[in-house]
Ligand binder design. Structure first.
Ligand SMILES: [Fe+2]
Length: 299
């Protein structure tokens, strides 16, 4: 067989039935309204140290023997699939965002980087589109401690809605709002696929391993994560403010949240949800809040 035309699965000779291809998974959602909305705004969620030490150590032993880009043998290993793909905190967050019976990753790759190295250019991964839909998630796993010196991935919070050109972004050396995903071993971070990111500059010696894989939605979106009956959608409070265009990120995030909730969203402009009025009136919802998210009757 010509190695230049065969797939990675064919090259390693594993029958597809032994991989995770087409497998779905379900578990309890772990994110609440605030956290789902926050994810829509930030475009990423970092779960620190959620994978057990034993799995991380096994992974580090594994990558020493399998330093290749796509070590698909992992997809046949229960300790990996259970410990990483089905990790309770990570899978619970995926379940919250993609609904029940989501599809497990059917492939993965290791962004193994030799350090020290310069930073990568800012980019969105191939196939990125602008959409309020959340049909899939791109997820990353660090099996080892990844401090700033090891060149963790940097993300620009809120940039998954930012309409700009790759050749323009690639010229930027640093972005003030960028955040390094500095993390201890066993950390997993979940992203909206289209978020702008890059490998950070590393100054340490050795190799940094970072696994990347995608989960997929199989069900229609509905608000079936951890419901908080007291969450005030009209005037939510968030940490930080990803600002690129005036309010535009917040508007796009609200549209994504509505899509996830199964609610119709119409932004009419002006002082309507989610562009809040400066003073919160008592006992009412903001103009423009979709009906299913309202706490009070129409005013
Ligand atoms: Fe990338």
């Amino acid at each position: 067989m010509n190695p230049t035309t065969s797939s990675p699965v064919e090259r390693i000779g594993i029958p597809p039935s032994e991989l995770t291809i087409g497998q779905t998974y379900d578990c309890e959602p772990t994110l609440n309204d605030q956290e789902v909305f926050e994810f829509c705004r930030q475009g990423y969620l970092l779960l620190e140290g959620v994978v057990e030490d034993e799995v991380n150590q096994r992974m580090m032993d594994f990558v020493d023997e399998h330093p290749e880009h796509q070590p698909l043998e992992l997809l046949t290993e229960d300790w990996f699939v259970d410990g990483v793909f089905k990790n309770p905190q990570a899978a619970g967050a995926v379940r919250s965002l993609l609904g029940r019976d989501f599809k497990l990753p059917q492939t993965l790759c290791n962004h193994r980087a030799e350090c020290p190295a310069p930073s990568q250019g800012w980019h969105r991964d191939g196939g990125s589109i602008y959409t309020p839909r959340l049909d899939y998630l791109q997820v990353f796993y660090y099996p080892q401690d990844t401090p700033k010196e090891a060149g963790p991935t940097e993300v620009i919070p809120g940039s998954h809605f930012m309409r700009t050109k790759a050749n323009y972004m690639a010229h930027l050396r640093s972005v003030k709002l960028a955040v390094p995903t500095t993390a201890p071993a066993g950390s997993i971070f979940i992203t909206v696929y289209s978020i702008w990111h890059r490998k950070g500059r590393s100054t340490a010696n050795g190799f940094r391993n970072l696994f990347k894989y995608n989960y997929w939605r199989t069900t229609e979106p509905r608000r079936d994560w951890k419901i908080d009956p007291d969450f005030d959608f009209s005037w939510p409070t968030f940490s930080g403010e990803p600002h690129f265009e005036q309010f535009k990120c917040g508007i796009a995030a609200a549209e994504m949240f509505c899509w996830l909730s199964g609610e119709d969203y119409q932004h009419t402009g002006g002082q309507c949800w989610p562009c809040e009025a400066p003073v919160k009136p008592p006992a009412c919802d903001q103009e423009g809040l979709p009906s299913g998210l309202r706490r009070y009757s129409e005013v």
